[in-house]
Design a protein around this ligand. Structure first.
Ligand code: SIN
Length: 269
């Protein structure tokens, strides 16, 4: 990938990033637009290992497990490839909901350095057409997506960059039995926090994006993990209770330095 800023523009003169996992509630620095919407042609699955650094867009600092016991995070699979697999979860809607961020034009070069645009830790860079969701009462102007109503043009798409852990990377797990996957997420903890917080934060973020953005694969896993926790509690032994909970609250940062600082100091940030 070239180092010229121009090589980073994804849509005309603009640079847009699509987030489908933790990027939904952990934005990149220096964005000036955040738009809920969807991409097509993919299926979101919790089939990527994380023990070492994960998504480069998070500055490679999301560790939800340890090298001995890697946690799990989501990745996107190409729909045709997914259809060739035997998956316990059949639900795979056409629309994969997430958020597109536009990076401020004067900060693209800086964010480029932060994003570390290259293939790393099993993640590869892809470009995909993002469909902005029509503005609704729920997505009306707020402090984080105040530009949303103006960005929407009926049917128009935005070309976005997206990081995907493809099946040929060695952190890709392939199909997982849901109950075993839920049990694994329940027990995994890493330097970035509890794997269950990643799951619960993602589930909540997706439920909140739009009335139709909830993801059955994620929702089912969250329900299974809650059931495991409830069963532990009823036995008086909640193994995750002593660990600090990590917030899924949307956290806008002012600089790449501040983002790096948060990643170093806040568990699960
Ligand atoms: C993303 O959010 O777009 C990448 C996957 C993740 O880090 O959760």
């Amino acid at each position: 990938m070239g180092s010229a800023v121009n090589a980073l523009t994804t849509d005309g003169d603009e640079f847009w990033l699509f987030g489908y996992g933790s990027l939904i509630w952990k934005p990149p620095p220096h964005f000036d637009r955040r738009i809920p919407g969807w991409v097509t042609g993919y299926v979101r699955r919790f089939w990527q290992l994380t023990s070492s650094p994960s998504c480069p867009a998070l500055h490679s600092q999301d560790h939800r497990g340890t090298p001995e016991a890697p946690g799990r995070v989501v990745t996107l699979l190409e729909r045709d490839y997914w259809a060739s697999l035997t998956d316990h979860h059949e639900h795979a809607p056409d629309r994969v909901w997430g958020v597109a961020y536009r990076i401020r034009p004067d900060r693209v070069a800086e964010v480029k350095d932060y994003l570390d645009i290259r293939e790393i830790n099993g993640y590869t860079i892809h470009y995909t057409a993002f469909h902005p969701a029509p503005p609704t009462a729920a997505s009306a102007p707020s402090s984080t997506n105040e530009q949303h109503p103006h960005a929407y043009r009926d049917g128009a798409t935005i070309q976005t960059l997206v990081y995907i852990g493809t099946p040929d990377n060695d952190q890709f797990t392939g199909p997982q039995e849901p109950q075993a996957l839920a049990a694994h997420i329940h027990k995994s903890v890493g330097p970035s926090g509890r794997n269950i917080d990643y799951l619960f934060n993602l589930n909540q973020a997706l439920e909140e994006l739009s009335p139709e953005s909830g993801d059955e694969h994620i929702r089912d896993l969250a329900q299974r993990v809650r059931a495991i926790i409830a069963a532990e509690e009823s036995r008086g032994h909640d193994t995750q209770a002593e660990l600090p909970e990590t917030s899924g609250e949307f956290q806008k940062v002012a600089s790449t330095e501040q983002q790096e600082e948060i990643e170093k100091t806040v568990p699960g940030s």
